[in-house]
Write a protein that binds this ligand. Structure first.
Ligand SMILES: [Zn+2]
Length: 484
């Protein structure tokens, strides 16, 4: 008997040792992908002059709640006069609404062209927030090393950085081999018809871009808990957008004699079922690519977990699903946002509705999500219909192995020095989804380092961009352009 127990114990010990060895070996092998060390690059552009240009750019109130504002054509003219060499060297067309498309002819027509994009329309400033701005949102103050104002981060800063880089390269006598397009959307915040027109215009001419680069993520510093180094997330795709309405009808009547389930009750039950049963998701596809790349930079404890996903995946998925920011990276999100019922407290609703906003993971189509909703609410008396407004599927997932990605990654390193680069997913909607239709690949990052709470300034109060960041952005675009 004793011998048998000893053998079992020895066997178990052997298994534990084997497991520890497997975990340790996997963890040791789990290192950041080797990237050729990028030489630091400084274009030598006049960054203070670029800051003054951005300051002036902010003073145009290009708020896209009203596209008839004279600020839109005025801004397009401002770009034209600010960059005389660009204007003399490139051709330009203006697509509706107010979206200039510049073409920098390359020397080798056998190479596929590329496109750099930014948008110059901005979101409104909430009137109640005006007295909370350190500097008025459209003054373009330069103070404490920052350019302050609406649009500095989103997304006039990128426009100024790429145009400054092009102007300097032309002054230095550079011509790209590939043709390079620059597209500046004037209505990104309200759906991006300008970017859509650009993509259709290129496609109609038989032009297929090798890649397009637009806003998406930033270089995030001290934002991801547990990571001490900045992370540049170069996003490969962006989530889709879908809003559904659930509609329940009933005979109505007086609330003193209600049926056991009212229209409001039906809708409430449906919403509860949807919240309790999120669209399935997990560490697959671009989500796996993102967390696999990111996990390599974590401290040892987390690295062991990410390196051994064959064992830890259910646990990891549970942890990542628990926080909204990481849950959004794993799945199509479900957000009930609006409810309607009766307009009077003692009258039964003849119709009750719930509005649910979904952000689609690339693995789910619009039809998949509608099917999930019908199945989950399991109530044939509730109508499921598309809400008015736009819906779009998630963008295709671009390759993180293609030359465009490698060039962007190397230029980030050249402008920022050593940091973590990972392929990611944009969880909001941007113009990039339109450009993606005319390109073999679309990538999404703004070459600016954002620290801590500065992300809240995006679409928020006291939006600002540091002059240092603007300089890095110029060097990024300069390095990227000279590779083309
Ligand atoms: Zn934007």
């Amino acid at each position: 008997m004793g011998r048998i127990i000893k053998r079992i114990l020895a066997g178990m010990l052997l298994l534990v040792v084997a497991l520890v060895v497997v975990l340790a070996v996997n963890t040791m092998r789990y290192k950041p992908a080797a990237i050729s060390q990028a030489e630091p690059f400084d274009l030598g552009a006049d960054v203070d002059a670029a800051a003054r240009t951005l300051s002036e750019a902010v003073t145009f109130q290009t708020v896209s709640d009203d596209l008839s504002r004279p600020d839109f054509p005025a801004f397009v003219r401002f770009v034209e006069t600010t960059y005389p060499r660009v204007n003399a060297t490139m051709t330009r067309e203006i697509l509706a609404p107010n979206t200039p498309l510049y073409k920098w002819q390359g020397s080798d027509d056998s190479l596929q062209p590329v496109l750099l994009a930014a948008h110059y329309d901005v979101v409104p400033v909430a009137p109640w927030s005006l007295d909370k701005w350190v500097h008025p949102p459209y003054d373009g103050a330069i103070s404490d090393g920052f350019v302050w104002g609406r649009g500095t981060l989103d997304d006039k800063g990128a426009l100024v950085a790429m145009m400054t880089a092009a102007e300097k390269l032309i002054a230095d006598g550079f011509t790209p081999k590939r043709t390079v397009y620059f597209s500046f959307g004037g209505d990104e915040e309200i759906g991006g018809d300008g970017a859509k027109a650009v993509a259709e215009h290129l496609t109609a001419q038989g032009i297929r871009l090798a890649w397009a680069l637009d806003e998406g993520s930033f270089v995030l510093d001290k934002i991801i808990p547990g990571l001490d180094q900045p992370v540049a997330s170069i996003n490969l795709s962006e989530k889709g957008y879908l809003t559904l309405e659930l509609v329940a009808k009933s005979a109505g009547g007086h609330s003193s004699m209600p049926p056991r389930v009212t229209a409001v009750g039906r809708i409430a039950r449906a919403v509860e079922r949807l919240q309790a049963n999120p669209v399935p998701g997990g560490l697959t596809g671009v989500s796996d690519e993102f967390f696999d790349a990111l996990g390599r930079y974590f401290p040892l404890g987390q690295r062991v977990a990410f390196a051994n996903r064959w064992l830890t995946e259910p646990l990891l998925e549970r942890i990542l699903s628990a926080a909204p920011s990481t849950d959004a990276m794993l799945r199509t999100t479900t957000a009930p946002t609006m409810l309607t019922g009766s307009t009077k407290e003692n009258v039964l609703a003849t119709q009750a509705t719930a509005t649910i906003n979904f952000r689609l993971h690339p693995r789910d189509s619009i039809e998949d999500v509608v099917a999930h909703v019908r199945e989950t609410i399991a109530d044939p008396e509730i109508e499921v219909r598309h809400a008015p407004g736009f819906a779009s599927p998630a963008s295709p997932v671009s390759s993180s192995q293609a030359q465009g990605y490698k060039d962007i990654e190397a230029s980030i390193l050249a402008a920022f020095g050593p940091l973590a680069t990972v392929p990611g997913l944009t969880i909001a909607a941007t113009d990039a989804r339109h450009y993606a239709t005319a390109a073999d690949a679309a990538y999404r990052i703004n070459p600016f380092k954002i620290e801590g709470h500065d992300l809240e300034r995006f679409h928020g109060i006291n939006e600002r961009l540091s002059v240092e960041n603007l300089g890095r952005g110029i060097n990024f675009f300069g390095d990227l352009l000279r590779k083309q």
